[in-house]
Every structure is written in structure tokens, then in C-alpha cells.
Ligand binder design. Structure first.
Ligand code: ZN
Length: 199
């Protein structure tokens, strides 16, 4: 496992909430220099900790339909169908259940006509049943890593104590801060509020 220090984790936390956050802003908030932030980000990119900077697009606003595709197939056909589905642009996520009743469950997005046509675009040999359910409401949790509950060593933003796991996470000004206990969180909150009420 790759070791990250507190500054790396802080930088990651900023970039997770906004991948377009400027190095200047991050450097200011982390009390460090822009070249330091840049070299840390470059290192995490090199190590593959950061795979890419992405954007979150609202499919609804673009009239793109989301649907769930469920394919029940004979066990012997699962790997072939999985391969075929993975090659389709509309397939966004794919899960194979490990039940005796093997199913391939996939989240698909695109034009509804194209989604329905998936049934004609894959080889249906040994497929028992195929269903396409259009999504009415989606509740997606963000895909940010749970920094507060990971095994990464963090330093309490208030008392500087090192801690692993079970950190208390709190957002201030839309930025994540980590604390060793709720007391430290409370103290930090007091200090923080005072600091910013002066401005
Ligand atoms: Zn603390």
C-alpha cells in the first residue's frame, strides 16, 4: 500500500470536492507553496493514487435516460455476455451476482431507443431472461474515498495527534477536516467561527 502523509490527504480531500480547485487555493489553505502542491499531485498521479480528474455531468439535463439491465443467463454463458456488454458504450457499470441464479446487473445510460436495442446487439443464446427497467429516481452517493474511515494515518486538525481510522470528519466552508475526537472538533469549530466572523 502507498503511504500518504497528512498533506497528501489534505490535497486529496480538496481535489475530491472539486477537481478544478486551483493549486494556488489549495496551497493557501494547506499553508504551503504552490510548487509543493504541484509536486505532491504529480507524485500521486505517477503512483496512480489519482487516476484522473473527472467531471460530474447531470444526465437528466441532457435528456439521457438511465436504466437497469438485468440478464439471467445459464452459468456457462455469463462470461461471454459480460464481455459483450462491457464493449457497449451505454453500459456504465456491471455486476455479476454470485447467486445460483446467475444474473448480470448493469447500469446503462443513453438514448432509450439504443438502450432497448441492447437486446438485439448481444447474442441471446443461453439467456433465460432479459429485463430493462428505466430508472425513475436515482440516489447516488458520491464516489469520494472515505478518508475518515480508511487506514490512512491522519493528523487531527486541532491537536495534531496522529490517528488511524475512526476520525471525526466535519465540513467547514465546504472543505473536509479531520479530528481525533468530538472535543477537538468542537474546539476547532469555536476557533474557526471566531476566525471567520472577524472577516
Ligand atoms: Zn485532536
Amino acid at each position: 500500500m502507498i503511504e500518504l502523509d497528512n498533506l497528501d490527504v489534505k490535497i486529496l480531500a480538496y481535489l475530491q470536492s472539486n477537481s478544478r480547485e486551483s493549486f494556488q487555493e489549495i496551497a493557501k489553505c494547506c499553508l504551503t507553496s504552490i510548487p509543493t502542491v504541484k509536486s505532491r499531485v504529480d507524485r500521486m498521479l505517477e503512483l496512480g493514487v489519482i487516476r484522473k480528474f473527472t467531471i460530474d455531468i447531470d444526465n437528466n439535463k441532457l435528456g439521457i435516460t438511465e436504466a437497469i439491465l438485468i440478464v439471467n443467463a445459464k452459468p456457462g454463458a455469463v462470461s461471454r455476455i459480460t464481455q459483450e456488454l462491457r464493449g457497449l458504450e451505454e453500459v456504465k457499470e456491471l455486476y455479476v451476482t454470485s447467486d445460483s441464479d446467475t444474473a448480470i446487473v448493469s447500469r446503462v445510460a443513453g438514448d432509450m431507443r439504443r438502450i432497448l436495442a441492447i437486446q438485439e446487439r448481444i447474442n441471446l443464446t443461453d439467456v433465460n431472461n432479459i429485463r430493462i427497467l428505466s430508472v425513475k429516481n436515482a440516489f447516488t452517493k458520491d464516489s469520494t474515498i472515505p478518508l475518515a474511515s480508511s487506514s490512512i494515518t491522519l493528523t487531527c486538525s486541532y491537536c495534531d495527534k496522529k490517528m488511524t481510522g475512526d476520525a471525526v470528519k466535519k465540513k467547514f466552508d465546504d472543505k473536509d477536516y479531520f479530528f481525533c475526537c468530538t472535543t477537538c472538533q468542537g474546539e476547532f469549530e469555536k476557533k474557526y467561527t471566531k476566525l471567520f466572523s472577524k472577516v
